[in-house]
Design a protein around this ligand. Structure first.
Ligand SMILES: Nc1ncnc2c1ncn2[C@@H]1O[C@H](COP(=O)(O)OP(=O)(O)OP(=O)(O)O)[C@@H](O)[C@H]1O
Ligand SMILES: [Mg+2]
Length: 254
């Protein structure tokens, strides 16, 4: 469970990116966050795993108030949350398998992972995740030799290997072609259903957000302006979120 209570985030330059967010995301949900560029979507996502701290309000993960946690507790929090980026964030020169194995880093002392000393269970888990993502045959290829879609699958395999409760995805398909986009979104849906992992994804493709997520959170100027089922989204709601009607290609996130 992720719970925001009056969360405000003001960056050091004075920009108020979140201006009082209240929402609760339950375990196993597939949530898409939509809104204009600069609305605060990435800021909201990044406050969940404390990639940055919030200015005021309270943020709970499973009833633990995370703004005050540090050290061991923070590492435990981050361990339970996988993160997927638009740019995949793989170590380009490393093999796919080694990249996926880094999903286990937070489970071991630094020296062990530095020397690649992972227990057998971790290695099996990494291979299993690659298999789940349908890219086991790519395990020993250098990450930068894969297509964008394949790299995002590696990133998803890495996240799965982490055995997270939640996966946060910041525009996971923004740099992929339309066909690969659908494949990667299908992967998210499968992970959500098969493993019960909560998915919170920032999306610019409104049509995909409506198709894949069961719940839409619309953000505008740092505030939630819509929070409800994707089936209840109307043209008027989109106009409210985006300030005007969207043209066909804008709905497709182009
Ligand atoms: N590190 C930062 N320092 C200062 N201001 C920031 C920083 N990161 C974001 N902002 C500002 O905070 C506001 C919200 O930004 P955020 O990146 O959360 O928006 P977004 O909805 O993710 O946009 P996009 O769709 O373009 O990714 C914007 O006005 C942005 O300029
Ligand atoms: Mg963003």
């Amino acid at each position: 469970m992720i719970k925001f209570v009056d969360v405000v985030k003001t960056y050091p330059n004075g920009v108020q990116a979140l201006r009082g967010i209240n929402l609760t995301i339950s375990d196993g949900e597939f949530v898409a966050i939509i809104g204009l560029s600069g609305a605060g979507k990435s800021t909201l996502l990044r406050s969940i795993n404390k990639m940055h701290s919030i200015t005021s309000g309270k943020l709970f993960i499973d009833d633990i108030e995370i703004s005050s946690i540090t050290g061991y507790d923070l590492r435990m929090l981050r361990r339970s949350i996988g993160m997927i980026f638009q740019s995949f964030n793989l170590v380009k020169r490393m093999s796919v398998y080694s990249n996926v194995l880094t999903g286990r880093v937070a489970y071991h002392p630094t020296f062990a992972t530095l020397f690649g000393l992972y227990p057998k269970r971790d290695k099996l888990l990494a291979l299993e995740s690659l298999d789940t993502m349908g890219i086991l045959d790519k395990a020993f290829i250098r990450a930068d030799q894969l297509s964008g879609g394949q790299q995002q699958r590696v990133a998803l395999a890495r996240a799965l290997t982490q055995e997270p409760k939640v996966i946060l995805a910041d525009e996971p398909v923004a740099s992929l072609d339309p066909i690969t986009t659908v494949q990667v979104m299908d992967d998210f849906a499968r992970i959500n259903k098969e493993f019960g992992i909560t998915i919170v994804a920032n999306m610019h493709h409104v049509d995909l957000a409506l198709k894949y997520a069961t719940r839409i959170i619309g953000i505008k100027d740092g505030l939630v302006v819509y929070d409800g089922p994707s089936t209840k989204i109307t043209e008027d709601i989109l106009v409210n979120i985006y300030g005007r009607s969207l043209k066909h290609d804008e709905l497709l996130g182009e």
